[in-house]
Design a protein around this ligand. Structure first.
Ligand code: 5GP
Ligand code: MN
Length: 339
């Protein structure tokens, strides 16, 4: 197995020393938090707390409810609701963890204050392609299933695996579970399962995590799923491409809550011929786009070319400010490129 890490052991020695000497840390992750960004952040938070370091997890916007059972979730602050307080934490930090993102623009409104702090020691732990050089230590492996998996690898390299406890294990397990689509994406490796097994040895109960993450939704969410698949799903090019557009009115009809469309983009992939699935959801006048593909179809390049986005070969995202109809038209015009 090849491992594309971008740093040497010397870097880890420095990182370890910087962590030991730090007093105030912040842990930042990308917009639209998910299981991996929150799981990774909470795991690092528990680690730093055990080291006696003041640490704060700050997300650009609120985290979805399906993660609220994680120990430490209630301590997570978000910039959207507490901009001034969040900015103070970031300004005063001497240690900044940047988790699960490859470009400072992925933290939205927090980018400016993140970049204005030039004295903190910054670490980037991530698995996205094409990382921008923006931290002192960039621990990046684009072949890792998840950032959560890399949190384990990082702790191993700085010789801190002994700090792992059940709360951290649940957070890491959740990050891996959600970013691998429950261990089914091609990013799932022997290493993924090895780390997962260690989390189980620490007390994680897979059935309990699964129930907490996937069986905790409202009835409206299930009806929205039914509606999206029955009424919204469109198929193109001999059913090789699927698009699900959901506008703001449709979402509000089902009392849409943050996280309700999580995983929806994967359903069309269960159709035999479907190679690419695209979900469009309208929020605050913007169209948020999620791309998924099977095999070697690089949806990240397509998302980058047309929708200021990016991500992984088989899972990417982007945004459009052109409204649903125009966005759909732009997509339909260029879909053939994906095949
Ligand atoms: P999701 O569809 O789950 O929101 O995102 C899938 C993948 O694409 C994630 O790995 C995420 O980091 C990436 N991604 C989502 N939205 C964006 C975006 O606006 N820009 C970039 N560069 N990547 C994105
Ligand atoms: Mn991730």
């Amino acid at each position: 197995m090849t491992y594309g890490y971008f740093c040497s052991m010397q870097n880890f020695k420095e990182a370890s020393e910087k962590i030991d000497r730090s007093k105030n840390a912040v842990i930042l992750s990308h917009r639209s938090p998910d299981g991996d960004s929150i799981g990774s952040s909470i795991a690092v938070w528990h680690f730093l707390k055990q080291k006696g370091i003041n640490a704060k997890v700050i997300t650009p916007d609120p985290a979805p409810d399906f993660l609220s059972w994680l120990d430490g979730f209630n301590e997570v602050m978000n910039f959207e609701q507490k901009a001034t307080e969040s900015a103070e934490y970031i300004k005063n930090a001497d240690l900044i963890f940047c988790l699960d993102f490859n470009d400072p623009s992925r933290v939205g409104q927090m980018q400016e204050v993140l970049e204005s702090n030039t004295t903190a020691y910054k670490l980037n732990i991530d698995h996205h392609r094409d990382p921008v050089d923006f931290c002192d230590l960039q621990f990046v492996n684009i072949e890792a299933s998840s950032t959560a998996e890399l949190i384990y690898d990082f702790l191993e390299r700085i010789d801190e695996l002994s700090k792992l406890n059940l709360s951290m294990a649940q957070a890491i397990y959740t990050g891996i579970l959600t970013d691998t689509g429950s261990f089914r994406f091609s990013s799932t490796t022997e290493r993924t399962h090895l780390i997962t097994s260690k989390m189980i040895a620490l007390g994680v109960q897979p059935d309990e995590v699964y129930r907490n993450v996937y069986d905790s939704y409202s009835s409206e969410r299930l009806k929205l799923l039914g509606y999206a698949l029955y009424s919204s799903l469109k198929l193109y090019h001999d059913e090789r491409i699927a698009i699900i557009p959901l506008n703001a009115e449709e979402l509000s009809r089902f009392n849409f809550r943050r996280g309700d469309t999580e995983g929806l983009v994967n359903y069309p992939l269960s159709i035999k011929n479907v190679q690419v699935s695209i979900l469009l959801t309208e929020k605050d006048g913007l169209i948020k786009m999620s791309f998924r593909s099977k095999g070697e179809i690089p949806v990240n390049l397509f998302a980058k070319k047309y929708f200021k986005g990016g991500g992984h070969l088989n899972a990417a995202g982007g945004v459009s400010s052109n409204g649903m109809e125009e966005t759909l038209k732009l997509l339909e015009t260029n879909l053939a490129e994906l095949l």
